[in-house]
Design a binder for this molecule. Structure first.
Ligand code: SUG
Length: 418
């Protein structure tokens, strides 16, 4: 079977809320305190997956984590009842929905041992995300238990690693060997740089990548300062195309020269800052689109509605499509609830290039399964969470029951006993 790209979307958990936990993520901090709509959020995610299936793309899921994370609170010698309010919020966050931060993935053709490698991200920079890794590891070990895969535990602290959001792959076709670009940050701006070069280098070594086909590039300090807390807010790659903002990288000329050397067939589609400012790129999440290859070979950009709502972005995209570039089609999806926490279409998915027959089928979906998941969400997910409700025991039991119902539907109830 040929290798195909499967997008594994994080299902938005029943505890989705706006606690404003991520400094440097402007959407999350500016929406802090809003009332969230978990049911709507999860159904928006299901609708996005359905739309992608209808485009002929392969689709998988990663279920929500156990929230509140009592294991983490126990390690802090407390529990949900007794914990300080900020710890409650950090223990309850539905942040595992952003599957692009679950792991870094190197497909088999790039690895020295011919396996598809996944390294779980440690997410150590943000407290509410620092405890995701253990359940992510448990899920990935189940989903990718086949000998075709090697699933690695996270790089140790303090070397921050935020997974595929800071990693891009260029190749002539998904199943062909490619070059892998790891984008790291250096401190300097007002916000934390979440991806450390040491972590990226450790992941590349663990994945047995050929240094001749690997690039480490620094994200621009200016982009981080403007609110690009991950590279995937200012750049995205698919097969031979890199789609990036002019100000995404600290040493753009050096990176482009390295790409020309290591991947001479690559095409760079750059959006100039005089057409789309960094602020517009970040507000609209233009680059947090899913750049995908459709079954007919054409490339499509799956954009959040906010990109259509931004005049500078939409007019640039209109001209791009009218021209003769490699990206031929625009698809717009509504993931507004996730966007308010700084998570666009690309944040919600982890790309894995593999033979689908080697993946545990419980992690793959078709439309019929999505219908069943939507029914569980309709029946169990809270309609709203007001920020003052975060300590409410009735809400907590509802959140736990909702997740349990979903795991039963997915036949993944074993995840409860991890
Ligand atoms: O890590 N938001 C996430 C958004 C992650 C987006 N992912 C990618 N760009 N790939 C983050 O900042 C906000 C949660 C809160 O504040 O409750 C949050 O964690």
């Amino acid at each position: 079977m040929a290798l195909v790209e499967i997008n594994f979307d994080g299902i938005v958990g029943p505890s989705h809320n706006y606690a404003g936990l991520s400094p440097g993520n402007l959407a999350a901090t500016s929406n802090a305190g809003l009332t969230s709509r978990p049911r709507e959020a999860a159904l928006e995610g299901i609708a996005k997956m359905r739309a992608n299936l209808r485009l002929g793309l392969a689709q998988g899921i990663l279920p929500p984590h156990d929230r509140p994370d009592e294991r983490w609170l126990a390690a802090l010698a407390t529990d949900y009842g007794a914990a300080a309010t900020y710890l409650k919020a950090q223990a309850l966050s539905a942040s595992p929905m952003w599957a692009a931060n679950a792991a870094t993935v190197s497909p088999a053709p790039d690895a020295g041992d011919g396996k598809c490698h996944l390294t779980v991200a440690n997410l150590v920079t943000m407290a509410h995300r620092s405890h995701e890794w253990s359940e992510t590891l448990a899920q990935l070990r189940l989903a990718f238990a086949d000998a075709a895969f090697a699933v690695h535990p996270p790089v140790p602290a303090p070397f921050g690693d935020e997974g595929a959001a800071n990693h891009m792959r260029l190749c002539e076709g998904h199943g062909a060997p490619g070059i892998e670009i790891f984008v790291y940050g250096e401190s300097g701006g007002p916000f934390p740089a979440r991806q450390r070069r040491d972590a990226s280098e450790a992941v590349a070594r663990a994945h047995r990548l050929d240094p001749a086909h690997t690039i480490f590039a620094q994200q621009s300090v200016e982009a981080i300062a403007a609110g690009a807390f991950h590279n995937d807010v200012v750049a995205v790659a698919n097969e031979r195309v890199l789609f990036a903002h002019e100000l995404a990288f600290e040493d753009k000329a050096g990176l482009y020269a390295d790409i020309a050397l290591k991947a001479p067939w690559a095409e760079i589609v750059e959006v100039p800052a005089h057409r789309v400012s960094l602020a517009d790129a970040i507000q609209s999440y233009l680059f947090n689109a899913q750049l995908v290859t459709l079954p007919d070979g054409a490339m499509a950009l799956i954009l959040p509605g906010e990109a259509r709502g931004n005049t500078a972005v939409w007019s640039w995209l209109g001209e791009m499509i009218a021209g003769n570039g490699p990206i031929r089609r625009l698809e717009v999806v509504d993931v507004r609830q996730s966007m308010r926490n700084g998570g666009g279409p690309a944040c919600l998915r982890l790309r894995v290039v593999c033979d689908p027959a080697t993946v545990d089928p419980r992690f793959l979906v078709d439309e019929a399964k999505l219908d069943r998941l939507a029914a569980v969400i309709e029946a169990h997910w809270p309609e709203e969470i007001a920020i003052a409700e975060i300590g409410d025991p009735a809400l907590i039991s509802r959140i736990c029951a909702a997740r349990r119902a979903l795991l039963v539907e997915l036949e993944l109830i074993g995840l409860l006993d991890r």
